[in-house]
Design a protein around this ligand. Sequence first.
Ligand code: GTP
Ligand code: MG
Length: 474
Amino acid sequence: MIHSNEDTIYAPATIPGTGAITLIRVSGKDAFRIADQIVVCRKGNIAEAEGNTVKFGTVFQEDGQPLDEVLVSVYRAPHSYTGEDSVEISCHASSYICSQMMSLLSDAGGRAAGPGEFTERAFVNGKMDLAEAEAVADLISSQNEASHRVAFNQLKGGFSKELATMRGELLEITSLMELELDFSEEEVEFADRKRLGELLDKVLSRIDDLADSFRLGNAIRNGVPVVIVGATNTGKSTLLNALLGDDRAIVSDIAGTTRDTVEETLNLDGMLFRFIDTAGIRETSESIEKIGIERTFRKISEAEIVLGLLDLSKSEGEISEEASMIAGKVDFRRQELVFLLNKEDVLGSNKNVTVANNIVSLIENKYNDVKSVLMISAKTGEGLDELKGLLSSSRKGFLGGNDAVLVTNIRHYEALRRTSEALCRVKDGLAKGIPTDLVSQDLREALYHLGTIVGEVTTDEVLGNIFSHFCIGK
Ligand SMILES: Nc1nc2c(ncn2[C@@H]2O[C@H](COP(=O)(O)OP(=O)(O)OP(=O)(O)O)[C@@H](O)[C@H]2O)c(=O)[nH]1
Ligand SMILES: [Mg+2]
């Protein structure tokens, strides 16, 4: 435990000075006594109030002057967020009132809460497991439909239920192995080897699926990485700015303007995308530009979607050469490539559409794996709605059913990976006929790593790390 649970803690749960009301939380064994000390209720005191009721009262300052009229929600242990006796005081959202309230609460014997301390208590008191507690922080920071849905599902225990099922299966494997140990001396043929193998495969495949879902889960949380690449001056930075509706990246007609990568997120139809503008690819002897281009290659390999920008003001030959250079950098097994023929506006009023159409069919014929070819003008905005629609629809199916369990947290991902590694050793050991007692060691390790996700086994360091990232008051 990082903080003492003996203290009664308090903190504003809303931002004082904004909105109409500030909500101040108080939780701990003295919550009612402290509340009674600073709030004078019209009828009866807080300590005698029933749980889940609201009382009206007045707060007085030290000099006896009234500070505010407040409402106090009363929650009795264990029926509260933290599992302890708690009150929530709603006062007017003046920062002056809030700071006075803080000093009155301190004088009455409370202690200012640290970040996440209310949720930490909820975890310690068994109101939620660690994965659910982490989902609280995700829910608070969720800013779009997709990340909200994943966080809410985790908060409701979808992920935890899944882990509990697997834990049950691992325990069954353990008991099957112990059975074998008990009878080994009498050389009893082990009857349930098949069942053991089946269970092991089942758990392993589910764990690997969950670990694999991290790629998507992470994309939902941090944005699907979309990299914008192409030769210099094709209009990559212009495109980024046009998508964002903001002058984020420097645009110029000097080739090699963008040296470093520029990243910004954008919400498209409920899904977050992370657009990455990169240094244009060309042969160069300039050392900083070279570093920038190496970065471009790295960003391509990290992306899920590659937007390959081609410049319609160039010749067919040049465009085709640049297209094959870009296509050569894409791993089609795990990445999508969309070619964008930019500067459609330069085709002019008589639109040399034939050239453009030739290029489109050339690309479509040459690269079967290319997802789409769109003609756009980053400058005029032509075709950008189509591009946005294409991107958001490509990830719509990702959300799957409402209860899809996705791993969004790197801590969970790493624990799943370790569980999987330990289980692979169990499987290997059994196949090679390694004595069961040695194999059980790995099985215990698998159970340990699985247990760290929900906090069945944990350390102060892990807890400190998790809760310090929460806001104060949660
Ligand atoms: N006519 C026209 N010009 C464009 C379009 N998009 C970009 N440009 C121009 O092309 C030039 C290069 O644009 P940038 O956005 O800086 O190109 P870039 O690909 O980021 O270039 P580097 O950072 O040097 O690799 C600028 O003069 C832009 O105004 C377009 O759709 N039509
Ligand atoms: Mg640029």
